[in-house]
Design a protein around this ligand. Structure first.
Ligand code: NAD
Length: 385
């Protein structure tokens, strides 16, 4: 993963200058966490103080996460909900009233290619089931609009790669809804690790899970989900292992346990333990499950320090500490930070500390493919991500 070293953050506007100076200070003076106050927090400047063009977004799939994103965007300064794509006319009406969406920015799944002719929409955020992301991305890209896809980006690496290529050919941005890449405490730990504050990193533990309810939901339908807990929640531990350790894994081993084969049918994993090996010798040991509630914990440890986060990827507030003390960066709604951050990537060319582009999403999908292969074969699988 191309984590941007502090020295390579090149944007020269004032906000970035402030941020760089601050980060530089953290890097060189080993300032302890207790000294980091909300007033000196570089990430705070990512929010309401930001100015510049506004990203005008249509949400595709008005379900539970789409609603969360829509609500969060009310507080954005650089992104605005302006359109919808939905197969349910009654939802469209409700959303129009709730968010003041004009009639000519409302589409359904049959006619949304016509978004091409709508100059009032810049980007489409797909919050549809995983199995629909690939086709959606291709159609949105062909319409000349930027694509934001929810995670997992697709149901396998081949589809994810097709999305990257379609967006590249159309000259539009492709980004994945990795909201943790904008979360201040997460970024704090990443920056501390980049600055060598934990010494040589040896081990990461990621535990991601919840108990899934309704057996008839799309998440338990392989065609729409592409898999089980790994696709939905285990991906947080995969992605977390990569941004916490700051390397790309070179091998994976994995073991599956299934206690309810009726609910978790063929193609839907209930629980998988997996291990990732990294070039430096660091190892990640992770658990992904649909059988345990409140499972949301990251632990990173090196020769000279550790970071422990619990909850680590839920909607927050994220809580955590390192060997130097509590993580004190203030909480903001993740999706608000994410959407403002994505607007800055598109319009200002800002480089995020941890990437959110299509290639980043493809890496996670390659690792998921390899985990499923390792489960099936019982073999260690080599990775080239
Ligand atoms: P959901 O079921 O609540 O919403 C899905 C929406 O897609 C619904 O409005 C549904 O009507 C629509 N849809 C369109 N075609 C459909 C079809 N063929 N079958 C079923 N639904 C169809 O699901 P959700 O929880 O909102 O998840 C949507 C996406 O968002 C998934 O990719 C999921 O992984 C992702 N997600 C991300 C986060 C996060 O924190 N980043 C959290 C939750 C969900």
């Amino acid at each position: 993963m191309d984590l941007v070293p502090l020295s390579e953050i090149t944007n020269t506007n004032t906000r970035m200058e402030t941020r760089r100076k601050f980060l530089g200070k953290v890097a060189v003076s080993a300032v302890g966490l207790p000294l980091i106050t909300p007033f000196s927090n570089p990430f705070a400047t990512f929010g309401p103080a930001a100015d510049g063009p506004v990203l005008r977004v249509a949400i595709m799939g008005l379900g539970s996460y789409g609603t969360r994103v829509a609500e969060a965007m009310k507080d954005c300064t650089r992104a605005k909900l302006v359109g919808v794509i939905s197969g349910t006319p009654s939802k469209v009406k409700t959303w129009q009233q709730q968010y003041g969406i004009p009639e000519n920015n409302c589409y359904n799944y049959e006619n949304y290619d016509a978004i091409k002719n709508n100059p009032d929409i810049d980007a489409v955020y797909m919050t549809t089931p995983n199995g629909l992301h690939c086709e959606g991305a291709k159609r949105v890209a062909a319409a000349g609009k930027h694509v934001i896809s929810e995670k997992p980006m697709a149901v396998n690496a081949a589809e994810a790669q097709q999305m990257v290529e379609a967006c590249k050919a159309a000259g539009v941005h492709l980004m994945v809804g990795y909201r943790m890449h904008f979360e201040p405490k997460t970024l704090r730990v990443v920056q501390m690790r980049q600055a060598g504050e934990f010494g040589k990193v040896h081990f990461f533990q990621g535990q991601s899970g919840f108990r899934i309810g309704d057996p008839n939901q799309w998440r338990l339908n392989p065609k729409l989900s592409g898999g089980g807990a790994m696709m939905d929640i285990g991906i947080y531990s995969i992605n977390g292992a990569r941004y916490m350790i700051g390397e790309e894994p070179i091998w994976v081993t994995a073991q599956e346990t299934k206690t309810d084969p009726v609910k978790f049918k063929e193609g839907i994993d209930e629980t998988i333990q997996f291990q990732l090996g990294f070039p430096s010798g660091a190892v990640a040991s992770c658990l992904s499950t649909y059988a345990i509630n409140y499972l949301d914990r990251f632990y990173l440890v090196g020769t000279d320090g550790f970071a422990e986060m619990q909850p680590s990827t839920g909607y927050g507030p994220i809580k955590g500490r390192t060997n130097k003390g509590e993580l004190t960066d203030p909480h903001s709604t993740h999706q608000t930070l994410q959407m403002d951050g994505m607007a800055r990537i598109i319009f200002d060319g800002e480089k995020p500390v941890v990437p959110v582009d299509g290639e980043e999403g493809v890496r996670d999908m390659k690792i998921i493919d390899a985990i499923y292969q390792a489960v099936k074969t019982g073999q260690k699988v080599a990775l080239n991500v």
